[in-house]
Design a protein around this ligand. Structure first.
Ligand SMILES: Nc1ncnc2c1ncn2[C@@H]1O[C@H](COP(=O)(O)OP(=O)(O)OP(=O)(O)O)[C@@H](O)[C@H]1O
Ligand SMILES: [Mg+2]
Length: 408
């Protein structure tokens, strides 16, 4: 899969910008604060409808503007597709696919990206929430319809939690709670099953990526750790762990049992104590957990291995949602400055054959020579492309070459 055109309107620092991308590596170079990350953030937004930097959409809209528009054209599985999403503050986004109206959700999974950025250190050192998001994004890339289950789970969880608080004040009729338990368990079962499958597939790729970037660093192992294999008031050895191939229905049943077992405690505390929102991705270096034990450099290598492993897994994925063209766009946002020469070289060696890589760097010399590819200079929100079209002749995602859409 390859991005060929990107067009931004009132996105971040850009009033209007058009960028064309070739295959292989493109490096965006410019001093700090000039708008490099803003460009790759827009590409990543199209793939997940979320930013890798902020949780809400508001900062993505140009300050003072009413909306932002990201448009793109991609080549996927031999077809050319155009995508557009409009971000509206405080309202639902709207979207277009090949010029027709579409649900924003329909765009998810068409563009696949894997972003590695300095913020990723939190994947290793930070709270479980970041690792859950990492797993969920990977699951959605592998299986886009799961994004609906994730959104529904969040909604049901919020409603159930407020019901628990009400139940604390007015004990009695708990029929409604039973209904919410069933919904939560059904959605939770599907989410936990998808995450366990994704992590089991990811593990060998992470192990091998870590061996590449930290050849003397030992084994990096990842494993799904679930609240369903724990039980308050019981010893861990008394709880039979879920079978490796447990189905979504079996996991849902286990979650329902846990909710029944925990109900009094939940009513007391007003929170849901079991389910995918309490789970984690366990990362180990050798015997020890990476969090709390790994050095700064080892943590960086682990974070890089998680992203490179995801990239390799998605590239190898030939499932129905990969469109026979699963290889994602790899985005390396400001990471070379953080890597020593050995890791830079290891990363470069892995990427020379990648179908599309977007790199941002404040200092061009930080990017290994073998990787620099086409260089786009970014200064004060202006994008200077080697073959920029003359003013008035800019191509757009809807008609990059004046030809009609191949897909209708
Ligand atoms: N919603 C917004 N409206 C207007 N300007 C914005 C908005 N959000 C961010 N900016 C501006 O965009 C600039 C940051 O752009 P970006 O993060 O792309 O920089 P960068 O080139 O990647 O810099 P660095 O090398 O420091 O990472 C800042 O000057 C910031 O003020
Ligand atoms: Mg940046």
């Amino acid at each position: 899969m390859r991005l060929t055109h990107l067009q931004l309107t009132d996105f971040r620092s850009y009033d209007a910008a058009t960028v064309t991308f070739g295959p292989g590596v493109t490096t965006l170079v410019g001093r700090n604060g000039q708008g490099k990350t803003n460009v790759v953030e827009a590409v990543r937004y199209l793939s997940t409808l979320s930013s890798h930097r902020v949780a809400s959409d508001a900062p993505l809209i140009k300050f003072g503007a009413a909306r932002a528009v990201i448009g793109a054209r991609v080549d996927k599985g031999g077809r050319s597709l155009s995508l557009e999403v409009t971000l509206l503050p405080g309202k639902a986004n709207s979207a277009r696919l090949n010029r027709g109206a579409a649900r924003p959700r329909d765009l998810i999974g068409i563009v696949r990206t894997v972003v590695f950025a300095p913020e990723d250190l939190a994947l290793v050192k930070g709270d479980p929430g970041g690792r859950r998001t990492f797993m969920d994004e990977l699951c959605v890339a592998l299986q886009p319809p799961l994004s609906g289950d994730l959104a529904d789970y969040d909604r049901v969880l919020r409603q159930r939690s407020s019901m628990l608080k009400t139940a604390r004040n007015a004990r009695g009729d708990l029929t409604m709670l039973d209904i919410w338990d069933e919904k939560l368990a059904e959605l939770g079962g599907r989410i936990v099953a998808a995450r366990r499958r994704a992590v089991a597939s990811l593990a060998p790729f992470v192990w091998s990526a870590y061996a590449d970037v930290a050849p003397d660093g030992g084994d990096c192992q990842v494993k799904y750790s679930t609240s369903l294999d724990r039980s308050e008031g019981r010893n861990a050895e008394d709880v039979e762990p879920l079978a490796a191939d447990a189905s979504a229905a079996v996991i849902a049943e286990r979650l329902l049992d846990r909710l029944r077992e925990l109900r009094n405690k939940e009513i007391e505390r007003g929170v849901t104590l079991a389910g995918p929102h309490r789970d984690d991705l366990e990362i180990r270096l050798g015997e020890m957990p990476a969090k709390g034990y790994a050095s700064h450099g080892e943590s960086w290598s682990c974070a890089l291995a998680l992203r490179l492993g995801s990239y390799d897994l998605l590239t190898a994925d030939d499932g129905p949602d990969s469109g026979d063209d699963g290889e994602p766009i790899l985005i390396l946002d400001d990471v070379f400055a953080e890597l020593d020469s050995g890791r830079r070289a290891a990363l470069a060696a892995r990427l020379v054959d990648a179908s599309q890589v977007l790199i941002t760097a404040a200092v061009a010399e930080d990017v290994p020579q073998a990787l620099s590819g086409e260089v786009i200079r970014v200064a004060a929100g202006f994008i200077e492309q080697p073959d920029s079209p003359a003013p008035g002749q800019e191509s757009t995602p809807d008609s990059p070459d004046g030809s009609a859409d191949t897909d209708d």
